[in-house]
Design a protein. Structure first.
Length: 574
């Protein structure tokens, strides 16, 4: 027991916990003071002391001559690059098509290379011949046959047959107009009555021979209008209210004729000083002309089925001269867009042959030395290798996803539609197949822009309604639906382009690059999207590195280190 009491007295002489903490902190500070001093000195030297400046190696600034040399080098590269673009711009289409075909046939080339025991020249030549046989030769034959069928179709078009077909179509729709020439003539007469200044009267005294001739012309127009109203009312069936409207129109025309004669008498017998009388006669003349014209138009609207339908029937039944003028204007607009057969055929054929040769040669060398070309471009490019690899992968993915899926779908729709056109009795089947395949590449339009007008032609013109209905069901259920099936199996979710951007890229590509823009446009949009994603990734990495640098500086600062050591001491004490 005394030992236990002695052991209990020993803790009473020990220092308190507060004293222990203070002693530990004092010892830690005394032990860490040299390192803190060195850190402070290091910080002071980093800030810009002469000692640190003497110790750290200085980076010399480039000389003015070297700066000028680099600037001139950049300007030279830009100038030569502009010239290089002008030189190579004419070969963009064959080079682009060659790159697409090489990407699509790359697995075939690798298989042939394996069978040829790694002889690259033989494999490249065999793959090029295969591409020419499978792709280029059929395309050339299709274009030739389609052009010949289109030429034959245009040459056999007769204007009379076209007019008869239009008449049958208007009759089926319900907008045919019997006695169309008489109605058009009466409509023009009502316009001339509504604007009497065209007749040369305009309220002036009818004294000279020219004014008398104008008055006689107005009277002849009134007489002709009366005759046409009576004739058309007796020949054309209409509602019961049309009889009363015709009678009112005849009365208004007679009143207008009396006004013309009264205007002549007032103008020749009145004194020149009687200004009020002249104004009154002119006002009566204009009022009667407007009333007569309005009465004619009211009767025509009632007879032809209302305001809207009467205008539609008049517009849908133009005169022969107007229809010919419309065709001539359309030909004048479209003719500059096509190749002239007399002046530019030779140049066009020569350019096509040169482009085909460049395409074949480019396919061969892309297959043979494509990997080396890519490595050279990656070495010369200032972009990071990861970014270049990503762009190449996007080109490969887009080529297979967009081009392969779109082309396969377009060809399938063209073949199915061509079978339907042949069954319906159309002559230019190859031409319709080519047009259907091309339109199938355009989003939102597709093959329906070809087979739907054929449905209208079969029903409205040839009056084969059952055949037209069958073609409508076949086109909507099979031709236009096969697009979704093929793209679903080919793409496998690899295409991330929005349908709106797909449509705009195709339309914009066709406007800028021509027909090849159907394939180029979507790729330009995909590359732009990829570049923006790369830029976003670069900015995100820069922000992350900035945050990490700031956190490292915060951890290595004296205040932060002191607080950290104090926290460690408190932790050890506790």
């Amino acid at each position: 027991m005394p030992k236990r009491k002695k052991q209990r007295k020993q803790p009473s002489s020990a220092p308190t916990p507060n004293k222990l903490v203070q002693k530990a902190v004092t010892n830690a500070r005394s032990n860490d003071r040299p390192s803190d001093t060195n850190a402070a000195n290091a910080d002071t030297l980093d800030v810009g002391s002469p000692q640190m400046a003497a110790q750290s190696p200085t980076v010399p600034l480039p000389s003015l001559s070297r700066i000028l040399s680099v600037v001139m080098l950049i300007l030279g590269i830009l100038a030569v690059g502009a010239l290089f673009y002008k030189v190579m711009a004419g070969f963009f289409v064959p080079l682009f098509l060659a790159a697409l075909l090489v990407v699509l046939f790359r697995p075939v080339y690798l298989n042939i290379l394996k069978r040829c025991k790694q002889r690259r020249q033989m494999a490249a030549m065999a793959t090029t011949l295969l591409i020419m046989t499978v792709v280029l030769l059929p395309v050339f034959l299709l274009i030739s046959v389609a052009a010949s069928q289109f030429t034959a179709m245009v040459s056999h078009v007769d204007f009379n047959d076209l007019s008869a077909a239009l008449d049958r179509g208007r009759e089926q729709v319900g907008i045919s107009l019997p006695y169309a020439e008489q109605f058009r003539r009466l409509d023009s007469l009502s316009d001339s009555l509504d604007e009497p200044e065209r007749s040369g009267i305009n309220g002036t005294p009818i004294i000279s021979s020219e004014a008398k001739a104008a008055q006689e012309m107005v009277l002849e127009n009134i007489t002709e209008a009366l005759t046409l109203v009576k004739y058309l009312q007796s020949k054309v069936d209409g509602p019961a209210t049309a009889d009363e409207a015709a009678r009112v129109a005849e009365e208004r025309l007679l009143e207008f004729r009396n006004a013309v004669l009264t205007h002549n008498a007032d103008s020749t017998n009145s004194n020149t000083d009687e200004l009020i009388g002249k104004l009154s006669a002119e006002e009566r003349f204009h009022r009667q002309s407007v009333i007569a014209s309005a009465a004619i138009r009211s009767w025509m609207r009632i007879l032809l089925g209302g305001t809207f339908r009467s205008q539609v029937r008049l517009l849908a039944n133009p005169s022969t001269e107007s229809f010919k003028d419309l065709l001539n204007r359309g030909r004048e607009v479209l003719q500059p867009r096509f190749v002239s057969l007399t002046s530019a055929t030779g140049g066009f054929l020569l350019q096509s042959i040169i482009g085909m040769l460049i395409l074949i040669i480019a396919i061969y060398f892309f297959l043979l030395d494509g990997a080396g070309m890519i490595r050279t471009l990656m070495r010369l490019s200032p972009l990071d290798d990861n970014y270049e690899t990503r762009l190449l992968l996007e080109f490969d993915r887009t080529s297979r996803a967009v081009v392969l899926a779109s082309v396969c779908s377009a060809l399938a729709q063209g073949v199915l539609a061509a079978l339907a056109f042949w069954a319906c009795g159309f002559d230019s089947v190859i031409f319709l197949f080519l047009i259907t395949s091309l339109m199938a590449l355009v989003p939102f339009l597709g093959a329906a822009s070809v087979w739907l007008p054929c449905v209208v032609y079969l029903g409205a013109v040839e009056q084969r309604w059952y055949v037209a209905l069958a073609l409508l069901l076949y086109g909507a259920g099979i031709v236009s639906s096969i697009d979704n099936v093929i793209k679903m199996y080919v793409l496998h979710g690899r295409s991330t382009m929005h349908p709106l951007f797909a449509l705009l890229s195709v339309l914009g590509g066709v406007k800028v690059f021509g027909p090849i823009g159907i394939l180029v446009g979507p790729m330009v949009v995909v590359f732009m999207q990829t570049l923006l994603e790369i830029l976003n990734h670069e900015l995100a990495e820069r922000d992350a590195s900035t945050i990490m640098t700031a956190s490292d500086k915060l951890e290595t600062s004296p205040v932060a280190s002191g607080s950290t050591r104090a926290e460690n001491v408190n932790t050890r004490t506790s």
